[in-house]
Design a protein around this ligand. Structure first.
Ligand code: IFM
Length: 458
């Protein structure tokens, strides 16, 4: 250990049973996109369109984890994690989005789960991390109510195949990003620019969560099921009334329309957006969506400062009552995201204050930072990532001390991977990926995290 990998201060002790892990997603790491009968997803379509991905790259190889999964498990074992959060690719299980399970695809994950078990690592499985089968997008994607039922059918196939060895399931990853960036702004697949007309995709995803939750519970009463939402701590840009109103509207559309139906069984008041009833909502839906879950997954990266839209800005032109503004006074990651660890404590305490006993135990299902890492003489000295992770882990501890029931923490990500529309320009891994050779090099943050986990056990 040298000075960059030695924690500056001793990490406080987390509660007994707190689970330490690392996270990935199928499309971002697997490659082998045409192997074993996998069908095309919206991300294959999107990456093939010129100009969609900043470096023109695609995910046909990435970390090659579909073939090199044993290497990934060796890394996880070395890291000493309790669990591994990974996702199942829907187009490997149902290449056309409907019908019986594709045996070859299911067998792959079955082998993988067995090997994790042999390594003493518990799977935490995300059923949907953005790779919708293209055939379903052709039928309307998440704009179509039927996609919710298709998702529940797919979830049932997976749980029937793996539920004897997998206990913990996450239905959806970050439905906010799918709706806001995928269908409203066009920054992620499927690249639609529907603005507020994208709102039915919010409801149909949440309905998919509710239907899948019921299906999983019916198939495996012992299953432990949650959802993962991406949360940001929203701060008004000033104390002006207009900025306070703007921050409230942004909080509603980014955080609360995804949290409240799940936790409280109702949508927040969206009259600031001119909405009296949520688009797509039908009688009985909220009972399904708001059915009790076993844990609530929180992905957190950074806070967001929000102002009233300046006249003529794209936000004003789109009729949106808010505009995110630069977050001054904090260091930034490679993505330019502000690094403010205490914002995570405030966010978690705020969730507890807002939702009280309706908030089940929380798992931090993603947290991490991208930096432009390089291998120099066989080493990646990523002191900035260590500082980011160290600060955020302490922030989780502070939230627990303040009374929030947090049960686990997953670093995003185990290994550098395909960062969606940013291609390979943003490296989030504890492990460096050589994009030419596929070679994996443990970064200093890997050693730091390994020591943290070992220290919590000792
Ligand atoms: O890489 C993504 C992940 O797929 C979803 N959450 C945010 C990460 C970093 O942008």
């Amino acid at each position: 250990m040298d000075e960059t990998t030695t924690p500056r201060q001793r990490m406080p002790r987390f509660p007994h049973g707190f689970a330490w892990g690392a996270a990935t997603a199928a499309f971002q790491i697997e490659g082998s996109t045409t192997v074993d009968g996998r069908g095309p997803s919206i991300w294959d379509t999107f990456t093939a369109q010129p100009g969609r991905v900043v470096d023109g790259s695609d995910a046909t190889t990435s970390a090659d984890s579909y073939r090199r999964w044993r290497d990934d498990i060796a890394l996880l074992r070395d890291l000493g994690v309790d669990d591994y959060r990974f996702s199942i690719a829907w187009p490997r299980i149902q290449p056309g989005g409907t019908g019986p399970a594709n045996g070859a695809g299911l067998d792959h994950y079955s082998r993988f789960v067995d090997a994790l078990g042999e390594a003493g690592i518990e799977p935490l499985v995300t059923l949907y991390h953005w790779d919708l089968p293209q055939a379903l997008e052709d039928e309307g994607g998440w704009l179509a109510r039927d996609t919710a039922q298709r998702f529940a059918d797919y979830a049932t196939l997976v749980v029937d195949g793996l539920g004897d060895r997998v206990t913990r399931w996450i239905t959806l990853n970050e439905p906010a990003m799918t709706s806001l960036q995928g269908y409203a702004l066009g920054e992620l697949a499927p690249g639609r620019t529907l603005m507020l007309d994208a709102l039915p995709t919010v409801h149909h995803q949440l309905l998919g969560h509710g239907l899948a939750l019921a299906a999983i519970r019916a198939a495996r009463p012992d299953a432990v099921v949650g959802i993962t939402n991406n949360h940001t701590l929203v701060e008004p840009a000033s104390a002006e009334a207009s900025d306070l109103v703007a921050a409230g509207a942004f909080d509603a559309i980014y955080n609360r329309i995804f949290a409240e139906p799940v936790l409280l069984g109702r949508y927040p008041d969206l009259s600031a957006l001119g909405l009296e009833r949520f688009p797509g909502l039908e009688d009985g839906d909220l009972e399904l969506i708001g059915a009790p879950i076993d844990f609530y997954g929180v992905n957190f990266y950074n806070p967001t400062r929000v102002a009233a839209p300046s006249p003529g800005s794209p936000f004003a032109q789109a009729g949106l009552p808010f505009e995110p503004v630069e977050y001054q006074g904090a260091p930034v990651t490679g993505f330019g995201w502000p690094v403010v660890p205490e914002a995570l404590t405030r966010l978690l305490v705020g969730l507890r204050e807002s939702y009280g006993d309706a908030l089940p135990p929380v798992v931090i299902t993603e947290n991490g930072a991208s930096y432009p890492d390089e291998v120099v003489d066989g080493r990646v000295a990523d002191a900035s990532r260590i500082a980011y992770l160290d600060g955020h882990v302490r922030a989780v501890h502070a939230a627990i001390e303040a009374g929030v029931d947090v049960r686990g923490y997953e670093v995003w990500s185990l290994i550098d991977n395909f960062e969606w529309a940013d291609g390979y320009t943003q490296r989030f891994g504890l492990v460096h990926l050589d994009l030419e050779t596929g070679e994996r090099t443990r970064k200093d943050s890997f050693a730091w995290y390994r020591e943290l986990i070992a220290g919590q056990r000792g």
